[in-house]
Design a protein around this ligand. Sequence first.
Ligand SMILES: [Zn+2]
Ligand SMILES: [Zn+2]
Length: 407
Amino acid sequence: MRAVVYRGVNDLRLETVPVPRIGPHELLVQVAVCGVCPTDIKKIQYGTVPPPRIFGHETAGTIVRAGARARAFKIGDRVALHHHVPCLDCHFCRHHAFAQCETYKRTGITAGFEPAGGGYAQYVRVMPFVLPGVVKIPARNSFAEGALLEPVNTVLKAVRRLNLLPGDQVLVAGQGPVGLMFTRLLQLAGARVIATDLMESRLKLAKKFGARWTMLAQTGPAGGAEMPLRPDARQRVPASIPCPQLSTLNPQPRKGAWPRGAALRGLDAAVIAVPSDAAVQQALQLIRCGGQVLLFAHTKRNAKAEVRSEKSEVQNRSRSHFSLQPSAFSLDLASICLDEKDLLGSYSSDFTLQREVARLVFSRQLDVRGLISHSFPLEQTAAAVQLASRPTEDSLKIIVAAGVSRL
Ligand SMILES: [Zn+2]
Ligand SMILES: [Zn+2]
């Protein structure tokens, strides 16, 4: 079969590999669609795991072979897969910290080599311990909708970490595919969403996905400043949010005023769906006492130190430059203690939400079809990854579709 094999940093090759053999408790699934996920991009571009591997974990397809003991499934079923499933029994699982569970950390889907999802291949083997995560796709829904259950799950899990009341005002910084999922799920939860992004086109979409207010974010007070990221990573992230309370950071809001009601009361919560430290700092100031800031995109360890060494020369020339000082992130701990503001993180999915996620997506209350901007054939997976890593005005969720007519 054909598969796209990761052979080293930024090195994806189309190769011929054997179709995986399955055991009596396992399934063989012919891949129809696989979403391109930022966590895989990170591994490909930074080489955080050793090659060779076949990535791709937002996978949907058709069961073409079922082991003698995998009786709950039949050949021809259209299914969405989940590559991580927790044991639901260990200390972490009992505390609902599923992403820390040892069983969860094992990857249960592979197209060969060290299991890594395998969705960028024609067939994948589904191991017994992730079978509870297999979801049948209703006839009216597409493979692409099935493939997006996994990212939607991670977003719903994060939304559930917030203590929200109906009518609460929540900032969502970043309106990429994940930010838009937040906007819609928060709206469904009764929140009033203030959506920000650097791209006007994404703000229009945010309105469609239920944002009450939208605001164009800026790249920094001096203009044209890059965010504290490596040059090949996503740079287009909000560095500052127009707000009267932050006039020192942002003296001239370029567009639009801070929504009136929101300015008076402050935000109840903020979701940071971009890897911007500046956005976190600002959100902590903008939320009311007792509010919450949730980090969703800060997935790269020691990112700050790395940027500091790379950019040190520029920093020396321009010490006062706000967005060139990633190390300037500081936290007044009294804001946590005295003001009772919570700083939270959320990572990966919550298996116990799977049923609800399937209901939200398949009923199209959250219509993920509007999030998919590009579909690439398997042979062009490298181009798909490239586009997903450098979003443009018209790109959103990118998928790799191994020859399906109906997305
Ligand atoms: Zn993912
Ligand atoms: Zn566990």
